[in-house]
Design a protein around this ligand. Sequence first.
Ligand SMILES: NC(=O)c1ccc[n+]([C@@H]2O[C@H](COP(=O)([O-])OP(=O)(O)OC[C@H]3O[C@@H](n4cnc5c(N)ncnc54)[C@H](OP(=O)(O)O)[C@@H]3O)[C@@H](O)[C@H]2O)c1
Length: 246
Amino acid sequence: MTHTQRALVIGGSRGVGAHLAAGLDERGWSVTATGRRPRSAVGLDVSVHYEQLDLATETAATDMTGLLRKVRPRLLVHNAVAYPAPEPSLTDYEAIFRVNTLVPYRVLSGYLPGADCTCVVINSDAIYHANRTSGVYAASKAALRVLTSALADHCRGSRACVATLLLGPLADDRKVEQLERIARQRKTSPEEVTSAYLRRANPSYTTDSLIPLDACLRSVEYLVDLGAQANGMLCRLDSGSAGSLI
Ligand SMILES: NC(=O)c1ccc[n+]([C@@H]2O[C@H](COP(=O)([O-])OP(=O)(O)OC[C@H]3O[C@@H](n4cnc5c(N)ncnc54)[C@H](OP(=O)(O)O)[C@@H]3O)[C@@H](O)[C@H]2O)c1
């Protein structure tokens, strides 16, 4: 399928966001990706436009609104995420909520109802099992999940729609490298280490391998193809993380 339409990936400078930006670009979308780091530190192909955007700053809402008005994307992916630093302060907690949840909600609730746009909000299975290390991150994502439902209500009767893509353990470079290093140390296969890691991480996981980044791209494409029917939808690509009832 070819598109001449514009896609904007907020948080597209690395990891799954960069994979989505590159994949959409390959499929013919005109893609703009954002991140905090400068273009020179981002490994994206030159055909992908790039803008610096920091959602933790005082001007973040104005900056993000300006970017949306400039790009006018047909597809918008909110993938940006802030993870807590070790021993975070209260200010760090607030920054996590600003980046992951509050700035995107504030901006999108104003922007989406007047736009012809499918918005895919990336969420995390961390919302199902918070612990002492993931608690604040998980809470910001749980709030994002609730506010994405509120956004769907904002979009009702308009040409815009918003859906959640809720992800489980991804095969991102950092995780894959870490598991491969452990496999070398233990003189076993990466597959065996990955399977053991997943079984220990969450007994509800139903797969023995990490989720390929390409499955995320295909899920985003599926949500865009659904059009308005995807408004309010929750698409779970999370290896069964929440167990059997949800
Ligand atoms: N990785 C997983 O296994 C996993 C599992 C479940 C769900 N998820 C979800 O998938 C999404 C991506 O996760 P990831 O692990 O791939 O993230 P990542 O590699 O850490 O990338 C995060 C992206 O967000 C940007 N970002 C960070 N702080 C920002 C800020 N203050 N303002 C604007 N942008 C900022 C980063 O830009 P810079 O690098 O330029 O700072 C980068 O583009 C998140 O929504 C996460 O909740 C991931």
